[in-house]
Design a protein around this ligand. Sequence first.
Ligand SMILES: O=P(O)(O)OC[C@H]1O[C@H](O)[C@H](O)[C@@H](O)[C@@H]1O
Length: 526
Amino acid sequence: MSEVWSAAGLTVQVAEPAQEVYESLVAQDAPAKLAAKDPTLWGPDAQPEAAVRLGWVDTFERSRALIPQLAELRDELADLDHVVLAGMGGSSLAPEVITRTLGKALTVLDTTDPGQVRAALGDRLERTVVVVASKSGSTIETDSHRRAYWQAFLDAGLTPAEAGRHFVVVTDPGSPLSAVAQEMGAFVILADPDVGGRYSALTAFGLVPSALAGVDIAELIDQAAEFAPSIGQAEENPALALGAALSRAHYAALADDGSGLTGLGDWAEQLIAESTGKESKGLLPVVIETPTSPIAKTDHTAIVTMGGSLYAKTIPGSGVQPDISVNGPLGAQFLCWEAATAFAGKALSINPFDQPNVTESKENTARILESGLPSAEPDFVDGAVIGYGVGGSLEAAIRLLFTDQGYVAIMAYLDRFADAEIATLRELVATESGLPTTFGWAPRFLHSTGQFHKGGPQVGAFLQITGTPAEDLAVPGKPYTFGQLQAAQAAGDRLALASRQRPLLHLHLTDRNAGIKQLLGALKSS
Ligand SMILES: O=P(O)(O)OC[C@H]1O[C@H](O)[C@H](O)[C@@H](O)[C@@H]1O
């Protein structure tokens, strides 16, 4: 018998409710403590971080001040109607879902692929405003994008003063980026420092790029404000029911139910994977396009639909029976998932506000950029595919991924648009292995499931795909190119994963088109 929890037009339905977890969280006063932003809720180890990370509980109220400011900025920049957002993870995933859901155009740049960056730089430059968004102000990808755009504007004949007008910087007060932004003459909007990246949907990080793209942000804020009182309640608390149910799952297939909240799964993926995937615990989100995808049919996977039209275990005739459904307006969805994740963190006894293993790959990357790529002998060369660390042939290498338990993660350091076909590999791998299978474009996934891979339960099998770019691109003012940065990120993450002794297959495509076809062909015939 499923149960339903509703507040402010948002409904959570759970087919098999986690009643005992819900009751235990209520007994520990978790809803009231969360609503009161009490940092002791997650225990003494988490307390120092929680003390500066709970602003999201009511940040949307402070965000109202942005409404007139952003309307003014939009008028001032009316001639710049191509909005590019340079930001990683929590600094870009929310605006991506907001603008896609509300039908506004936003170019999100969260890649180091030279071809993809080059294509963005070549698109309507004279009409482009670049939102450079970084909480820490030190993220290497975002800094590289800022440099590339700055140089592109100068190369197009703009003076530095003219170029500065094409940048809007969103960052925390006092970050290195805030100082650089002053020098550039960019518009600077300081964000709420008491909110972590993945909880920042309703702060300046989510709202500035969305408003510049034409979204009515007041509506989102109202939706969150209306939902907010429910997170502190012991009864009729949708976020608590969702958090309790999530804390019991090992894998959650997050499916867009087709009702129009496009991309919410990618946003929730980062929130859940980075917040729970640590200390060998956590829940791996597997983002799928539709609830009927074969990828959702693997064992131990809870099917979670998000949107507004599907209800758990009650869909006549569609063949889809979600275990959990979350239906409601986007502003309320953001707050509900954030609170649910914080409750799940409590139930799992982890700190939902840190990401202890993300830095590992980043530090490896920084070292490799200084000292060069570690040399490795290929195990095989087969047409356009070079295989490393995997034995005799492409077919044998692929079989390595089919373990008898756990999950498979495919990580593509390629161009999300030009090399899009590689994503079809996931369905083949999931069908062949019967395992929950994720697909992540790099470096985007490093800021999301990347934490889970290294910090969560060590049961993953990893397929890393890299490819020689057709043409590289310099990172202005740095001794490396985008291609070298991309390769260093791949190598850095490989080192971090290899130390976990899990199956790790690295395939490098010397010709991307030919290599993708070959790889798909090998899987189809395996
Ligand atoms: O906003 P930034 O400081 O640039 O951070 C962007 C991303 O970087 C890191 O990878 C964190 O793990 C993410 O949680 C964060 O969203």
